[in-house]
Design a protein around this ligand. Structure first.
Ligand SMILES: NC(=O)c1ccc[n+]([C@@H]2O[C@H](COP(=O)([O-])OP(=O)(O)OC[C@H]3O[C@@H](n4cnc5c(N)ncnc54)[C@H](O)[C@@H]3O)[C@@H](O)[C@H]2O)c1
Ligand SMILES: CC(C)(O)[C@@H](O)C(=O)O
Ligand SMILES: [Mg+2]
Ligand SMILES: [Mg+2]
Length: 356
């Protein structure tokens, strides 16, 4: 375990130097890793493990689009792709990658197949932390742990194919076999994590729910919409408002932040921009901090998890979600974005097509 200093705090991080893929393969050589669910994380984690030489099978409902996707991705019915119950029976490590709400419905079936010595793996602390809402209480004689990639399953796969890893959190809730640490770290490496950061189930789910509702997804859409509206109301064109709100951020400035931090991005902008950003950032922090406090409290009191369970377990959940996503897609902001994106060099038609 490496001890690294993060801005003055020393934390434990597992690196590939101490736990290379060969060690992960050795730890998992007698295991059958059953990926239950083939939505967003399922494909990323299953394919990365397959390519890393792990004995991985997929459990998915047969009459579903995602069964067909698993087949298209190279999983073979009857060999590496099974109905959920059969995969649960065959697996020694059960990777529970249904949506958090669907995990509740299937739990009695999963529990039936958790015989002593098996392991139950999550990619989120949700089901265990909010067990009063989910009813997910594993038997005492199985290992229970998580590897939570800090990003979309799509990025997990893309970065793996680029020879890079996505950072993940890991946590052990229950070590029944004495092998939980080796098993969870081996899985973390096998699914394509770059580095593995130690946490516990509660901290993982509280931070994750806050982040996705906050700066990663909810807040960022909110501030995009607010700035775009102000620019539009003051007579700026859609393209100008979009470029100044989103396109420049994602294409030019965030890659600089990703590379070397916020101060470095500031340093690569004009002194005029620096002056303004340094004057205004604290005002934005102070305006939004009460909202973040409200959000964290809503997570910690179980309100967010309950809302997610209630809405995501409705029979018409998919239709309602599609309608809400369509509202975003059809907003002027994101329609303007579609046209702006079409102008990027990589989205230009090939030269021949232009001539034709
Ligand atoms: N999406 C991500 O990139 C991401 C990132 C980090 C962690 N996670 C966590 O990983 C886990 C899986 O998330 P996901 O986004 O991949 O899930 P998802 O919403 O894509 O659903 C996964 C699968 O669940 C199946 N499913 C849904 N309802 C079902 C039911 N009633 N019975 C049987 N199957 C059903 C779907 O067919 C799908 O294959 C969750 O715990 C989530 O919080 C997800
Ligand atoms: C990819 C995210 C937002 O980090 C994940 O937490 C999720 O729930 O999908
Ligand atoms: Mg999440
Ligand atoms: Mg997350």
């Amino acid at each position: 375990m490496a001890q690294l200093n993060f801005g003055g705090s020393v934390e434990n991080v597992v690196t590939r130097d101490e736990f290379p893929l060969s060690k992960a393969q050795e730890v998992l050589k007698n295991e059958t890793v059953a990926i239950i669910g083939y939505g967003v994380q399922g494909p990323g984690q299953a394919l990365n493990q397959k390519d890393n030489g792990i004995n991985v099978i997929v459990g998915q409902r047969k009459s579903s689009k995602t069964w067909d996707k698993a087949v298209a991705d190279g999983f073979v019915p009857g060999e590496t792709l099974f109905e959920i119950e059969e995969a649960l029976e065959r697996g020694t490590i059960i990777c529970y990658l249904l949506s958090d709400a669907a995990q509740i419905e299937l739990w009695p079936t999963v529990k039936k197949h958790l015989t002593p010595g098996k392991a139950l793996y999550f990619s989120h602390g949700f089901g265990i932390t909010f067990n009063e809402q989910t009813g997910i209480v594993p038997p005492a004689d199985v290992d229970v742990f998580l590897v939570a990639p800090k990003g979309s399953g799509t990025s997990l796969r893309r970065m793996f194919l680029q020879g890079r890893g996505l950072n993940s959190s890991y946590a052990i809730f229950q070590d029944a076999t004495g092998k939980a640490y080796d098993r969870v770290v081996a899985l973390g490496i096998a699914v394509g994590s770059g580095y593995l950061f130690e946490t516990d189930f509660k901290k993982e789910v509280y931070s994750d729910l806050t982040g996705e509702r906050g700066t990663l997804m909810g807040c960022i859409q909110g501030i995009f919409a607010a700035q775009y509206d102000v620019l539009r109301t003051n007579g700026h064109s859609p393209s100008e408002a979009f470029n100044e709100t989103v396109e420049e951020l994602t294409q030019s400035l965030m890659p600089l932040v990703a590379e070397n931090g916020m101060d470095w991005m500031y340093a690569n902008c004009s002194t005029t921009a620096q002056r303004g950003a340094l004057d205004w950032w604290k005002k934005f922090r102070d305006a939004t901090k009460p909202v973040f406090e409200e959000l964290y409290n809503s997570v910690a009191t179980g309100k967010e998890s309950q809302r997610s369970i209630d809405s995501n377990s409705q029979p018409d959940y998919r239709e309602k979600l599609d309608a809400e996503l369509a509202e975003l897609r059809e907003s002027e902001l994101w329609r303007a974005g579609k046209t702006v994106r079409s102008l990027r060099p990589e989205n230009q038609p090939a030269e021949k097509e232009i001539e034709a």
